[in-house]
Design a binder for this molecule. Structure first.
Ligand code: AMP
Length: 277
């Protein structure tokens, strides 16, 4: 019988069993990365809700909102296999009032690194995440480290706005050759996929190095050796909480983040690196 498909707040209320509730927000086109989040949610709560919503607010003009993969039947089957209780799949006009005014601002942190390349993206993402929290009212929510700045921004929102939801981060799931799983990978041609491998290769090159300068140099060298199909957007070595570039004397954990385009597809990846002793 599971999962129940909920389209609005009233469906969600009816589906509640009263135990602890975990939410896994997604845009659908579910893959093994999403499934790992669902399994973590399953371990941590009595009831698991997966939301499937391609949020128009977090796509900029000229981005891939229209061509983003929509595979609802397969998503439902994946959720059934993973023992999900409720799939929350609202229609866009259910989520956003035509005369809506108020939204979440990601602040300065939303305008750097990934936010510099995608103006407004983090405002739109935080707005939908806060709405999902208010609709589903979960005790905890699981997000992937794959979208490291998204995870950091959500932690920031929860702290700044006193949102009563525990945020759980989950490690990035990769193909055996290192490519991070992404709903957008299905669009890659063979040559583009080979080029895309340079992202994880650059992260691995940077990972073993002891200082920020050496991490940046090793990763940049690997990217410079990438096939011509790869157009690098940014390479950044940042503080995991603030996403500000770390200074040369920095010690501790940092996020090495990379974004690149190959053909019409934009890809991001990151690794946590440990600097200093
Ligand atoms: P998306 O459907 O792309 O918006 O992603 C939904 C959630 O799945 C986000 O929290 C992502 O960070 C997470 N996610 C996406 N790809 C992966 C991956 N390869 N490994 C782990 N989590 C992922």
């Amino acid at each position: 019988m599971h999962p129940i498909v909920a389209r609005n707040r009233s469906d969600l209320t009816k589906a509640r069993t009263g135990g602890t509730l975990a939410l896994v927000p997604t845009m659908g086109a579910l893959h093994e990365g999403h499934r790992s989040l669902i399994r973590l949610a399953r371990e941590r709560a009595d009831e698991v809700v997966v939301s499937v919503f391609v949020n128009p607010l977090q796509f900029g003009p000229g981005e891939d909102f229209q061509r983003y993969p929509r595979t609802f039947d397969a998503d439902l089957a994946a959720c059934r296999e993973e023992g999900v209780d409720v799939v929350f799949a609202p229609a866009a006009d259910e989520m956003y009032l035509p005369d809506r005014q108020v939204s979440v601002s990601a602040g300065g942190m939303g305008r750097i690194v990934e936010g510099a390349s995608r103006p407004g993206h983090f405002d739109g993402m935080l707005t939908v995440v806060l709405k999902l929290f208010n609709l589903v009212r979960p005790d905890l929510a699981v997000f992937g480290q794959k979208d490291a700045q998204q995870l950091a921004m959500i932690r920031r929102m929860v702290a700044d706005l006193d949102v009563p939801v525990e945020i759980v981060g989950a490690p990035t799931v990769r193909e055996p050759d290192g490519l991070a799983l992404s709903s957008r990978n299905r669009y890659l041609s063979a040559a583009e996929r080979r080029a895309a491998l340079s992202l994880s290769r650059a992260l691995r090159a940077g990972e073993g190095e002891p200082t920020p300068a050496r991490v940046r140099a090793a990763a940049a060298k690997a990217l410079a050796e990438a096939p011509p199909e790869l157009e690098v957007d940014y390479l950044a070595l940042v503080d995991p909480a603030t996403f500000l570039e770390v200074p040369d004397a920095y010690e501790g954990e940092a996020v090495l983040a990379v974004a690149a385009r190959t053909g019409a597809t934009r890809l991001i990846d990151n690794a946590v690196v440990r600097l200093g002793r």
